[in-house]
Design a protein around this ligand. Structure first.
Ligand code: NAP
Length: 347
């Protein structure tokens, strides 16, 4: 018999993604039974509101999941912490939906974007862990999936314009304090979360560099795209850039397909795609109707696509500008959507 409510734990509950989990669970009226919130030792005793009740945050420990009958863990405490604690939660019988990068390329862990490969959720039971993809990959693949299905994508060239919230709450603070410091001519800049100054700057480095000159963020976009699309032949060339924006990532995406297409059909298909909204009336009197921007997309659930145009330099090419809220669709919303399918079809 189906349960009416599911016991949920959130690891990393005090972080940007953790707090967004709570907001989305509440907004979507997810059937939460007992709720357990975990973070680091620094947050012990902090209270967080959920549906009008106060919940006390505890430190994440090896026995945190014991005898609690937790059904689902929404995990976002960082990769190393998840690597240790997600398998412990899974062993206690919970299904972990993990936002960190740690399990994404594990062959026994499905990597899921609900609009793209929802059926992969059925493989969750191999490890009781489902991975949420990287935020830049999620928003790119929601609109590219129908294009791939109909016209077969050969190659993607993507350049990202990623907000500071993608690196967590301390990274947003760094942008804020550097910006106000520079404006008020107060003191020197001491980068901590970013390798160099982020205020009034764009940084062509997200995560660390590998030996081949690409960053780990760029390599994630290549490998995760192939795993989610079930197609190792898609070529992906990525350049990921951090920009001085608080919320939402923008992406300039160039796509080459095997089959020829009419750009009007691409627009029509995208306008009918679940989870996609088009803003592409570049000559509109109203600036908000011309193209999506990071500031007006922040706080929304959909992936926004604009500047849809043919690339005349190749036979079957197109250019797209794709924007989404990285903390919502790029993280917490995607995970809660996975949880919704999980309880509907599998638990
Ligand atoms: P964040 O704002 O820095 O939050 C980190 C969370 O992890 C906080 O709740 C923190 O607790 C907790 N934490 C840190 N050390 C811990 C420990 N030893 N034990 C238990 N909890 C610990 O970061 P975030 O942006 O929410 O990101 C969290 C994860 O989601 C990261 O792996 C990130 O890569 C991934 N992710 C983020 C985004 C995004 O857009 N931000 C998108 C996709 C995936 P305290 O408050 O107590 O320190």
């Amino acid at each position: 018999m189906k349960k009416e409510k599911y016991n949920v734990a959130i690891t990393g509950a005090t972080g940007l993604v953790g707090r967004e989990f709570l907001e989305i669970l509440e907004q979507r009226n997810f059937p939460v039974g007992e709720l357990y919130l975990f973070a680091s030792e620094n947050s012990i005793g902090e209270t967080i509101d959920f549906k009008g009740d106060e919940y006390i945050v505890d430190a994440l420990r090896e026995d945190s999941f014991k005898k609690k009958n937790i059904d689902i863990v929404l995990s976002s405490p960082g990769g190393q912490i998840s690597a240790k604690f997600s398998p412990i939660a899974a062993k206690e019988g919970a299904v972990v939906i993990d936002n960190t990068s740690h399990f994404r390329m594990d062959k026994d862990v499905p990597l899921v974007v609900p609009e793209v490969n929802p059926d992969d959720i059925k493989y969750y039971s191999k490890k009781n862990i489902i991975a949420n993809p990287n935020c830049s990959t999620i928003q790119m693949l929601v609109p590219l999936k129908p294009i791939h299905d109909k016209y077969k994508i050969k190659r993607i060239v993507v350049s990202t314009y990623q907000s500071t919230s993608g690196a967590g709450k301390k990274a947003m603070d760094e942008l804020f304090y550097q910006t106000t410091g520079i404006i008020n001519a107060q003191g020197d800049i001491f980068p901590e979360k970013f390798p160099v100054q982020i205020a009034f700057n764009c940084i062509p480095q997200i995560d660390v560099f590998a030996d081949d000159g690409y960053t780990k963020e760029e390599i994630k976009m290549v490998n995760e795209t192939r795993k989610i699309m079930h197609d190792d032949n898609i070529g992906v060339s990525a350049t990921t850039v951090r920009v001085p924006v608080f919320f939402s990532h923008g992406e300039s995406v160039n796509v080459e397909t095997e089959k020829s297409f009419d750009i009007k059909d691409i627009k029509k298909m995208l306008s009918e795609t679940n989870g996609v909204k088009i803003i592409d009336d570049v000559l509109s009197e109203n600036p908000e109707e011309r193209y999506p921007c990071q500031t007006n997309v922040a706080g929304n659930d959909d992936v926004y696509v604009g500047r849809i145009r043919k690339d005349f330099s190749v036979s079957n090419g197109m250019n797209l500008w794709i924007v989404a809220d990285n903390v919502r669709k790029g993280a917490a919303l995607n995970a809660v959507q996975i949880a919704e399918i999980l309880i509907k079809k599998y638990l």
